[in-house]
Design a binder for this molecule. Structure first.
Ligand code: ADP
Length: 260
């Protein structure tokens, strides 16, 4: 059928137009596929702890758990699973808040030293309790960024939590900050198992885990790094990772220094 809208157009323009429409429909299809995958993944994440939950309660109700010691063990398992669910729901709501177009950071002149000291004070005791050595080397000259202190702290705490989770006892976590030209650099390096090369590009994806059971056992939601990446991007910064299997992992955050 003759399309009047295209009457005045040359054939090049028609080709361009049809290419653009084609591209748009591919984008929509992609978006829908991603959405479906995300909802399927979320359902799976919720189903797993709930299945355990139900199983433990059934065992107690059916009189299969008799001794006080076993009851305690089951309550402990239930407690862990509910913590896992709580973490997942918290991270999901945090992520949707960060992805909301109306979300804005509470930016002020933020001292990186304050962010680091607060994060180290929060995570230090439990890292050392696990038998991991924690060392730090903070920039001798004060570094400031235009940042949301709470959100930046959230990023560093998340990186420290991961380093603690995946590094075995007697390993080392090293934290450092320095200035590189007009950028403030923060590094969190560990001597954990490292991340296989093929997984490296994917670790920022929602709910992506290198080894599903390893991470779930340690209480991760699989959203931590996605949240970190969003927060750093909102600060017009960059977060990258360097890792070698059997050697360790280093996360690096780069933020524009105050006034640059
Ligand atoms: P999780 O809550 O599962 O830790 P994250 O988004 O924080 O999720 O991390 C994604 C995955 O990247 C983890 O499941 C883990 O496999 C891997 N990972 C993250 N940090 C480290 C690290 N320091 N050492 C080894 N693997 C890591």
């Amino acid at each position: 059928k003759y399309d009047w809208r295209l009457r005045a157009k040359g054939s090049d323009e028609i080709a361009e137009l049809s290419y653009a429409v084609n591209q748009m429909s591919k984008d929509i299809q992609n978006y829908q596929q991603q959405r479906t995958k995300f909802f399927m993944d979320i359902s799976h994440e919720l189903r797993t702890p709930l299945t355990y939950f139900k199983g433990y309660v059934e065992a107690v109700l059916n009189g299969m758990v008799t001794t006080e010691e076993d009851k305690k063990k089951y309550l402990h398992l239930l407690y862990n699973q509910s913590g896992q669910l709580q973490r997942l729901v918290q991270d999901l709501s945090d992520l949707s808040q960060l992805e909301n177009e109306e979300f804005t950071l509470q930016r002020t002149r933020t001292s990186i030293e304050t962010v680091m000291v607060n994060s180290l004070e929060f995570m230090g005791p439990s890292i050392e309790e696990k038998g991991i050595e924690l060392t730090y080397e903070l920039s001798p000259t004060p570094l400031y960024v235009s940042g949301d202190e709470q959100r930046l702290q959230q990023v560093i705490i998340n990186l420290l939590e991961n380093a603690k989770k995946y590094t075995p006892a007697s390993g080392t976590i090293k934290v450092s900050t320095y200035q590189d030209k007009d950028q403030c650099v923060i590094e969190v390096a560990d001597t954990g198992p490292g991340i296989p090369k093929k997984d490296l590009p994917h670790i920022w994806e929602r709910l992506y885990r290198v080894e599903k059971s390893r991470s779930r056992d340690t209480g991760g939601s699989g959203l931590g790094l996605t949240i970190c990446q969003k927060i750093v991007a909102l600060h017009t910064g960059e977060i990258t990772v360097a890792s070698e299997e059997g050697v360790g992992t280093t996360f690096q955050v780069r933020l524009p220094v105050w006034g640059s």
